[in-house]
Design a protein around this ligand. Structure first.
Ligand SMILES: *[C@@H]1O[C@H](CO)[C@@H](O)[C@H](O)[C@H]1NC(C)=O
Ligand SMILES: *[C@@H]1O[C@H](CO)[C@@H](O)[C@H](O)[C@H]1NC(C)=O
Ligand SMILES: *[C@@H]1O[C@H](CO)[C@@H](O)[C@H](O)[C@H]1NC(C)=O
Ligand SMILES: *[C@@H]1O[C@H](CO)[C@@H](O)[C@H](O)[C@H]1NC(C)=O
Length: 224
């Protein structure tokens, strides 16, 4: 009997967890890689406890701040590199955002290294100390695909599987510089949903099938 009760409690707890929304991190400016000495602000959005906007921030899995929904990095340094997550009072931890701090002449910036098919993908060829960059060439897998004399930003309006790959850019400042590569990949899974095949009211002793449903978007050998 206690086992059934425990199972039921576990199921209820599971159902509750499924109801909790995931917190979401947004960046301002929106790029997941920046130069050293640049400023970047992380915002955490998620449901809060009434009258308590306490937000937990994690860097590489370790909680480092329990305070405001806003975390500002002023004059970024290499030690700010890492995977950030946040959590509000009534949310489960956000998906990680991997922030990279670079020291270079040119940086290819993206808003996310994982894109969803059909959504736009913006590439920005950004110069150190915001120096203007012109005659920009964008490359995918070392193949030039866009020349842009003035504008150092280019948006792929509708992404598809063919947009997977390593991107970099080159551009003129005082000399021609080349950015490091950025690996982007199309999202592999749709967000998983916990499904319980139960009919309410939930009665003790009834069978409940629980399944974690997701959809594999890209075929990969050996992936389960
Ligand atoms: C970062 O913000 C400070 C003010 O807090 C400002 O003085 C500085 O110029 C900013 N740095 C950059 C690279 O924008
Ligand atoms: C977080 O992890 C990344 C990748 O393993 C590492 O490069 C970085 O230095 C770590 N950051 C901190 C603050 O520990
Ligand atoms: C706000 O919630 C956090 C946990 O999310 C708790 O540690 C803290 O004590 C609460 N603060 C107030 C003022 O209730
Ligand atoms: C649970 O799944 C099994 C096997 O798929 C099925 O036979 C059974 O009817 C399901 N039970 C419920 C309550 O949905």
């Amino acid at each position: 009997m206690w086992l059934l009760t425990a199972l039921l409690l576990w199921v209820l707890a599971g159902a509750q967890a499924a109801d909790l929304t995931k917190a979401v991190i947004t960046l301002q400016p929106p790029w997941v890689s920046v130069f050293q000495e640049e400023n970047i602000t992380l915002w955490c959005e998620g449901p809060h406890l009434p009258g308590n906007s306490s937000t937990r921030w994690f860097l590489n899995g370790t909680a480092f701040q329990t305070l405001t929904p806003r975390y500002r990095i002023a004059a970024a340094s290499v030690s700010d590199t890492g995977e950030y997550r946040c959590q509000t009072g009534l949310s489960v931890p956000s998906d990680p955002v991997r922030l990279e701090i670079h020291r270079d002449w040119l940086l290819l910036q993206v808003q996310s290294r994982v894109f969803t098919e059909g959504e736009p993908l913006t590439l920005r060829c950004h110069g150190w100390k915001n120096k203007p960059v012109y005659n920009v060439v964008f490359y995918q897998n070392d193949k030039a695909f866009k020349f842009s004399p003035q504008n150092s930003e280019f948006t792929i309006l509708k992404t598809s599987l063919s947009h997977n790959g390593i991107y970099h850019c080159s551009g003129m400042g005082r000399h021609r510089y080349t950015s490091p590569g950025v690996y982007t990949v199309k999202e592999l899974f749709l967000a998983p949903v916990l499904k319980a095949s139960l009919s309410l009211p939930l009665l003790e002793g009834h069978l409940v099938n629980l399944s974690c449903e997701t959809k594999l978007l890209l075929q990969r050998p050996g992936l389960q």
